[in-house]
Design a protein around this ligand. Structure first.
Ligand SMILES: Nc1ncnc2c1ncn2[C@@H]1O[C@H](COP(=O)(O)OS(=O)(=O)O)[C@@H](OP(=O)(O)O)[C@H]1O
Ligand SMILES: Nc1ncnc2c1ncn2[C@@H]1O[C@H](COP(=O)(O)OP(=O)(O)O)[C@@H](O)[C@H]1O
Length: 180
């Protein structure tokens, strides 16, 4: 049943990965806006909101360790499969930088497009809108992806957006649509 629905649905998954501050949410929002403008049914799943919905324990705590992130990302993959199987284009923006996640997605998501926002740490530290990197430096935070939490760069992403100073989100979205 699931397989059948997947194949006839017309849905798909655009998975935008990158470290914290790389611009995932910003790009995902622009992509969803454009898809809807084209009349497509698109849903945005953003890491922060997903984590709030699915990543809290019943006591309200969150865990950013490797095992917890991996488990959560695999759960997100199954959620994406379910939603995409109903003809919806899912745009998901999460860090999810583990080979296990990329491999699972490729094997189980019929229409899967993986985007990697490759932004150097110096630029991420400069942006740091949530204070993730400065709090790490101050010893107030651990399990920061790319710092004390090792990550896997995607091995064969469908598109890598290398950081270029001044490249706007509109330009990134134009390029992404060219690659889709
Ligand atoms: N170590 C640590 N401590 C506290 N908060 C943290 C930490 N690491 C990440 N974050 C925040 O979690 C946001 C969601 O991360 P993700 O779900 O995308 O990460 S993951 O897929 O689970 O690896 C993530 O969102 P983005 O900054 O948008 O990537 C961060 O706001
Ligand atoms: N292409 C870009 N160039 C420069 N700054 C950007 C770009 N995209 C996003 N930003 C800025 O970087 C910061 C992090 O963006 P965000 O989309 O929240 O990243 P993430 O979801 O990966 O944590 C924000 O302040 C945002 O305005």
């Amino acid at each position: 049943m699931t397989e059948e629905r997947c194949c006839v649905s017309g849905g798909g998954v655009i998975w935008i990965t990158g470290l914290s501050g790389s611009g995932k949410s910003t790009l995902a929002g622009e992509v969803v806006r454009r898809l809807r403008e084209q009349g497509k049914v698109a849903v945005l799943l953003d890491g922060d909101e997903l984590r709030d919905a699915l990543g809290r324990s019943d006591l309200g705590s969150v865990n950013h360790g490797r095992d917890a992130r991996l488990e959560l990302a695999l759960r997100y993959g199954r959620l994406c499969r379910l939603v995409a199987s109903q003809g919806v284009l899912v745009v998901i923006a999460t860090i999810s930088l583990f080979h296990e996640v990329h491999a699972w997605n490729r094997e189980h998501l019929p229409e899967y497009f993986e985007v990697y926002l490759d932004v150097p740490l110096a630029e991420l530290r400069r942006r740091d809108p949530k204070g993730i990197y400065s709090r790490f430096d101050a010893g107030e935070l651990d399990n920061v992806a790319g710092l004390d939490l090792p990550v896997d760069e995607p091995e064969n992403p469908d598109w890598v957006a290398q950081f270029m100073p001044g490249r706007s989100v509109a330009e990134l979205a134009d390029e992404l649509f060219n690659h889709l």
